[in-house]
Design a protein around this ligand. Sequence first.
Ligand code: HAM
Length: 431
Amino acid sequence: MPTYRAPRGTRDLLPDDRAVFDRLMRLGADLTRRYGYRPIETPLFEQTAVFERGIGEVTDVVEKELFRLAPRTDESEAWALRPEPTAGIVRAYVQHGMQTWPQPVKLTTTGPMFRYDRPQAGRYRQFWQFDVEAIGDPGPAIDAEIVELGHRFYTEAGVQGVEVLVNSIGDPACRPAYIATLTDYYRGHLAKLPPTERDRLERNVLRLLDSKDPDMAGLNAAAPRITDHLCEACSAHFESVKAHLAALGVPFRVEPGLVRGLDYYTRTAFEFYVAGREGQQQALGGGGRYDGLVALLGGRPTPGIGFGLGLDRVALVLAEQGGADGAAAGAEGPLAVVVSADPDDTVSRLRIATELRAAGLRVRADLARRKLGRQLESAGKDGAHFAVIVGEELVDGQVQVRDLQAGTQRTVAPGDLARELARAEATHHHG
Ligand code: HAM
């Protein structure tokens, strides 16, 4: 037999892992509700052009990491799995005429993204993002509101030592001059550029600044900085974002080298890191403003801003910091296990369990054909509060209810059973 494994770069989230994700997703849902975001769901795949146009053709995400789906026929359009949700959400904003809704339209989604990346700890080919987008507000106040929301997510999730890095990467007014300066700078160091970077120099020089190639670190540190080349409007916007962040008490650091990896960004760019994680250069999350994206995907020019937080990385850091245990230990035993004196009477056990479940209770029926003693033993191991014991003969449908924690037992009529168990559970939970 061959051995089957999950595809390279993907992971199974076993129930304990899934419990951590669940807690993070509930937190995301609760926070976004408080901040006025509404959930949206877009397809896991889109026309490839949505990503090529939206994210940019000369980016790692599109050039190297896109999961392209093989077309089924010659004439069918090209599709790709979504590497991120922003392009798809903006596509939906345009398609459904959300320009006519009250602005900004504040949307959130959480789900799997796909990038054909080189797998390593914290870098997967299928990973989860918690994403928010506010479309139709030029900022700068909402920029700070969004950064604060991201920061609060980590705080409430229990991640320690999160650093907020912010920058402005300018707009179509000031970026061309900066790009010319930056191109000149790298041309002066052509011999030191790795092949991919040399190739990108004339096509999309900003991408050199966020190159993952370690050989680029020194060059990039000494490169001209966008923050020294911002036009007056971008500069004023950035100053105001910082003032708002300070007023909200969000600790942040300006990082002039931060340019992000996707082409749609304008002005505000930010990332979240955990300080002092050994050997890890991975962002826990990131986002920024994308004032040109709606128009790029065929809509009326409309500003927007958002972020995506990597849930796999949050879970990883929580585990490193010892903060994931509470959620993982969430395997709850049933309230009651239904057992019976007759090992073969699985019908009675299952019927009673079904009735109790219909009444909303967490109940397991012991379906193994084994002696009562063994059934009770297993109920105890389950951590069940009660055992519902069906006698050798069901006289008037009466059963015994044993409180496994108190060691008491009494007879209960069938019509009272659900109510009695529910009441006992309520008292137990509140007392
Ligand atoms: P991004 O920086 O490409 O931005 O991804 C956001 C986050 O997703 C990263 O900071 C990281 O935590 C997580 N992530 C990315 N790639 C991987 C991977 N291969 N494995 C595990 N986690 C990963 C975006 O995707 C933008 N859509 C964010 C945004 C929303 N900007 C505006 N609105």
